[in-house]
Design a protein around this ligand. Structure first.
Ligand code: PFF
Length: 455
């Protein structure tokens, strides 16, 4: 979209931006990652910390990125470069993130697609076998790769149809469908015996569970979930019109993303509670496999409804994953198009080739290349890609962005841009956040994460 050869796109209005940003934000992070972190870190305590972080730190950074995009009218690299050539590297680092995330996002997207189909083809009992189905599938190499390609094909067809014809239309259908399915399945799950106790565990904060590790995990999750620190929101901001309010838009995006995480957590933590019977058991077992191993055992107990609930649940996750993957691929296409000064079609071809090859390598990390254990015994290349993007590059980019705006170009640059379209009474608090609080918090996440891996 941000091509040099084509007219720069712009949103048809404030709501088009909100929908696109929310579609990018709501993804596997909300459906798969948030619930298992909430389960692991004591339910309500994590939830409360996360809510506070989203409405302080998260929304402040969203505002900063969209304002920077709208002010400069450029995507990440150009936006930073417009303040001086020497700052382009921040945009380059930000742009590296979607290159690392996209291949593994498509692999997990493939797992989700397979599960949706398997509810119909294999039936709910086949998936509820304590993990054999899951591990058999992800280590299958060829089969899992084919499902990844299938997921990728869906993404590329939509992106190939263009911004208005493909992406906006797809979001307009998938986003409301996603909300309806999430609410419906959550209500149904809560009727299961024991689920209400699970919901209470999820909703009631237990402050004895509060820990620095919890805050750090909540912060990392927030970056990922809001699609921050990877240039996406800068690009999306650059398509915004000067008359549309940035403040109310970003609060809505943050609130919407939080709402979906909240619902997914309610559904999955309550279901896990049904399967395991106590908060401690849920916390102990919670991890990436919660969605693929624990949840199918709960669905199986739903009797006649098992197939339909299981299928709808994975279609819901698939929609969330698709809309996010679309924003990742769209970003890659615009980076390649700007960087190589080529047409959109050619850029799309390059991005497809990249994802096909990188995806094959990471996928083989569960099979032929499983001897590569980048983060120690038992870890995969997918874990490594997740770690480098989420826990290393994103905090670094967020830190550099805050220092850049807070100390180099000065907060006034962003505040003036925001004030073109809205009041921004919280400018003082926002400045303190960007200059002091955010850089310190981000430095803590960074050091803690890296120390936890290599310490
Ligand atoms: N925010 C997405 C999620 O929560 O799943 C992940 C994501 C999408 C990250 C798009 C980056 C991105 F560009």
């Amino acid at each position: 979209m941000a091509g040099n050869m084509e007219k720069r796109a712009s949103w048809s209005g404030k709501w088009a931006f909100i929908l696109a940003a929310a579609a990018s934000a709501v993804g596997l992070g909300n459906m798969w990652r948030f619930p298992y972190l909430a389960a692991k870190y004591g339910g309500g305590t994590f939830l409360l910390t996360y809510v506070v972080l989203v409405f302080t730190f998260g929304v402040s950074l969203l505002l900063l990125e969209t304002a920077l995009g709208r002010k400069t009218g450029q995507s990440a690299i150009g936006a930073f470069k417009s303040f001086g050539k020497k700052y382009a590297f921040i945009g380059i680092l930000a742009s590296a993130v979607p290159f690392i995330i996209t291949p593994y996002y498509c692999i997990i997207g493939g797992w989700v697609t397979k599960y949706a189909a398997a509810y119909v083809v294999n039936g709910p009992a086949a998936l509820a076998d304590g993990g054999d189905f899951f591990s058999g599938f992800i280590t299958s190499n060829v089969e899992s790769y084919i499902w990844m390609l299938l997921f990728m094909a869906l993404v590329f067809i939509i992106v190939g149809l263009g911004v208005k014809g493909g992406i906006e239309k797809a979001n307009l259908v998938m986003m409301p469908a996603l909300i309806i399915m999430a609410i419906g399945i959550a209500i149904y799950t809560l009727t299961m015996p024991g689920a209400v106790e699970g919901a209470l565990y999820y909703l009631t904060p237990d402050f004895s569970k509060f820990s620095p590790e919890l805050v750090i995990s909540a912060l990392g999750q927030m970056f990922y979930s809001l699609s921050l620190a990877m240039g996406i929101m800068i690009t999306y901001g650059s398509y915004m019109r000067k008359k549309d309010s940035l403040t109310s838009s970003v609060v809505r995006v943050g609130g919407f993303d939080l709402g979906v995480s909240f619902l997914a957590g309610l559904l999955i933590v309550s279901a896990a509670f049904v399967a395991m019977g106590s908060g401690d058991a849920v916390a102990e077992k919670a991890g990436p496999s919660l969605m693929f191993i624990t949840l199918p055992t709960v669905f199986e107990d739903m009797g006649a409804m098992a197939t339909i609930i299981g299928f709808l649940f994975f279609v819901l996750v698939l929609f969330a994953a698709l809309t996010s993957a679309i924003s990742l691929v769209e970003t890659l296409v615009s980076i390649v198009q700007d960087g190589m000064k080529c047409t959109r079609g050619r850029a799309l071809g390059i991005v497809i080739a990249f994802v096909v090859v990188a995806g094959a390598i990471i996928n083989a990390g569960y099979n032929g290349l499983s001897f590569i254990e980048p983060l120690g015994a038992g870890t995969s290349m997918l874990d490594f890609a997740d770690f480098i993007s989420n826990s290393v590059l994103m905090p670094i980019v967020a830190l550099l962005t805050c220092v850049f705006v807070g100390w180099i170009v000065k907060p006034k640059t962003v505040i003036d841009e925001v004030r073109i379209s809205s009041k921004f009474t919280a400018a003082g608090a926002w400045t303190i956040m960007i200059k002091y609080i955010a850089p310190v918090l981000v430095t803590i996440i960074l050091v803690a994460y890296v120390a936890a891996q290599f310490g």
